[in-house]
Design a protein around this ligand. Sequence first.
Ligand code: 7TS
Length: 412
Amino acid sequence: MSQQAETLDIERIRADFPILEREFDGTQLVYLDNAATTQTPEPVVETITEYYRKYNANVHRGIHQLSQEASIAYEEAHDRVAEFIGAAGREEIVFTKNTTESVNLVAYAWGLNELGPGDEVVLTEMEHHASLVTWQQIAKRTGATCKYIPITDEGRLDMEAAEELITDDTEMVSVVHVSNTLGTINPVSELAAIAHDHDSYVFVDAAQSVPNRPVDVAEIDADFLAFSGHKMAGPTGIGVLYGKEHILEGMEPYLYGGEMILKVTFEDSKWNELPWKYEAGTPVICQGIALAKACDYLDEIGMENIEQHESELAEYAYDRLTAEGDVEVYGPPGDDRGGLVAFNLESVHAHDLSSILNDSAVAIRAGDHCTQPLHDVLGTAASARASFYIYNTKAEIDKLIEAVDDARQLFA
Ligand code: 7TS
C-alpha cells in the first residue's frame, strides 16, 4: 500500500535509534507517540555518556580543569540553541526543565508583577494546559482576564475574532505555534504583528514546531518562545525559554539562590547577567550540552527536510484514516498540518483503540492530550493521536491502519 517517503534517508536515520528495533511478542515496535516524547539518537546518547565519563563537574564554581570544561560546554550550548532558533545570542536563551517551566517563568517573573485588573491575556482555544492553566491562574491572582481566540469548524484560528479580541487592554498574547491535538499550524507572525500594534507581548509555545520545522524567533518577532528538549531528539529534563534581551533584562528573577547572583550581602542581592539570572542553582548541565548535540543532529538532516517528511506522513495518515468514512480526524485537511493526527473511530473509545493498537506494538496516545477545553469544543472527552518524527515511515502508518481495522472488526 505504502510508498516509502523519500525526503529523508530513513534507513540511515533509523540506524541511529536502536530503541526502534524493540519487539513485543515478536512484533516490532511502531512508535507513533512523538508529540509526547521523541526517541534519542546515538550521537546524543554518546554526548550524555561522554559528559559523565569525561568531564562531569559543576559549572561556574570551580577553577579546576573539569569544571572549566563543563562550564565552557554548557555556555556554548546556549550559543548553539540561540543559533538554532535565530536568537541574537546566549543572553536570550534560558535553560529550564521543559516548556511548562518556561511558561511559568514568564508568568511568575513578568505576569505577577505586570498584570492587574483591567489587563487581558489573550490565548487560543487550542492552547496546551502548559500555557492555558498557567495564564488562567496568574490572571486569577492578579485580577487580569483571560480571553480565548475561537477555532473555526476546520480547526484553524478565527483571525477575524483575533483582531477583535486583541485590544489596547491586551498585555500578553500566548499562542501555540503547532497544535498538539489539531495539528494546526498557526500564523504566529501575523498574531505577533497584531499584538505589537496594541503594545502587547507575544509568547509562542513552540513545543510542537521547533522539533520539526525551521523556526526563527526574529522572523516571527516573538517576545518569548518556549520548547522542550525531549520532543526534538534531545534528553528529558531540559526546556528552553527564549526572550528578547531587553525584556529579560527588565524582568525580576523567578527563582532565587546560587548561580543567579552577582553580589550578596545580608541586606540585598544583585542579579547575575543574562541568562544566568534566570538559572538559579546547579543548572541542567548535561541536558543542555546534549540538547546542543540534538540541534546539530537535526540540522544535519535539515529542518526543511524534516518539515516536508512530517507533512507527507500527516497527509498519508489523514487520507488513509478517513478513507472508510467512520473516522473523524480533528483539525485542518491532510495537506496543511503538522505531523500528527488526532482522531476517533466511531463507537470505539480512544483508550480501547489505543489498547488494541498496543497489542500490535503500535504506540499511540489516547486521552485529552492536555487540551481538555479544546476537547470540550470538539465535543469529545478524548481522542486517539498518532504523531510522527524523522524515523517514521508510510509502512508504519500502514501498520497503524491495519490495527485500526482490527479494532473496527472487533467492535463491529
Ligand atoms: N505545549 C505543547 C504544544 C505541547 O504539546 C506540550 C507537551 C507542552 C506544551 C508541554 O511540554 P512539557 O515538555 O513541558 O511537558 N505535549 C504533550 C503531548 O501532546 N503529549 O504529551 C505531552
